[in-house]
Ligand binder design. Sequence first.
Ligand SMILES: Cc1cc2nc3c(=O)[nH]c(=O)nc-3n(C[C@H](O)[C@H](O)[C@H](O)COP(=O)(O)OP(=O)(O)OC[C@H]3O[C@@H](n4cnc5c(N)ncnc54)[C@H](O)[C@@H]3O)c2cc1C
Length: 352
Amino acid sequence: MFDVAIIGGGPGGATCAAVCAASGSRVLLLERGRFPREKACGDCLNPLAWRVLDKLGVSEAILFSQHTKLEGVRFVGLDGGSVRVPLPKSGRPELGITRGRLDAILLQNARDKGAEIHEETTLTSITRHASHWQLDSDGGSFSTRELVAADGRNSTVARLLGLLPSLLPGERIGLQTHFSAPKELEADIELHFLREGYAGLAPVGGGEANLCLVSRAKDLKSIKASAMQKYNLPENQSWRSITPLSRAPLLAAQESLWLVGDAARVVEPFTGEGIAYAIRSGALCAEALLARRPDRYLLAHNALYKGRLWVNQLARAACLFPALGTAFVRLGQLFPPALGLLTRKVVGNEPQ
Ligand SMILES: Cc1cc2nc3c(=O)[nH]c(=O)nc-3n(C[C@H](O)[C@H](O)[C@H](O)COP(=O)(O)OP(=O)(O)OC[C@H]3O[C@@H](n4cnc5c(N)ncnc54)[C@H](O)[C@@H]3O)c2cc1C
């Protein structure tokens, strides 16, 4: 019987596992993939994550591994007009770092702290008993008192328990790939508003760039063809895909069931905050779980997103209506502090 079982070894699950295991709890983590593995993600680590990464003791390892310290964000409108917003020079940096590298460091840290980690193990069914959960997977059955869903936006835990909302019609799809960084990219993130959706380009260290494309299914072929031509990508370039991009949030805690990261709430990828939210919610969940206080986690989880969601909603609107995004770019050209303020709200450091 485990004290805590965590499904998913991404940033949310690995953080939760490390904090619970460090306190002496018997922790099981099931992960479908084998690390290091890449993911459909923009690979930008928001500075909001640093405080928890410091507490976990992994900041040095992250800064030691290959990455790019990001210096600015260039917004490009439909007409090709652009504006560059420098990222704050003081405080901790925003990093471009592949999920292969970042997630492997976090999962190894959980293992080092004493969590029992089963990779290449997929959760397939859940039975709730009066005092515990029974979990079945393709790697065996396990029992646990507390269950944490850290298995991402399409959470198997939420689906098996009938909690996952159905997909909205016309929901968007994200495509992602790595390729040799164009010379002119330097250390900036580029965000392009496009007729079909948007594209994000960021250097991730070692001369590589991450390219993400987001559009509705009907426009996917066209947005991909334009990107392949623009960046001179071969026909056999391999792409990862992910959907949905938006989804209704779920209750983050109820009795012995806890949800962290994307499993609980998905934010618009454009602002590059999802990894930091996953890491921070993983830590908050672990602290409340160890104190057996779901109410405390619910409050802390709401507070984590509160005050920032409006920027996310604004970003979503700008992405869904690229003409609005282009208007923001023009406003930024005429009055740079406006876009600068919004950008710093998203990637600003918090007091350490
Ligand atoms: C196109 C796009 C671009 C993005 N760009 C950025 C960005 O630049 N910066 C940023 O901060 N955020 C970005 N995000 C968001 C970010 O990717 C997520 O918020 C983040 O990965 C959430 O972490 P998590 O730990 O909650 O879940 P995930 O990282 O999704 O991890 C979930 C884990 O659970 C495992 N799993 C799933 N099902 C099972 C199962 N049944 N059994 C066992 N294991 C299972 C998976 O293999 C996976 O490893 C982007 C998202 C998209 C879609």
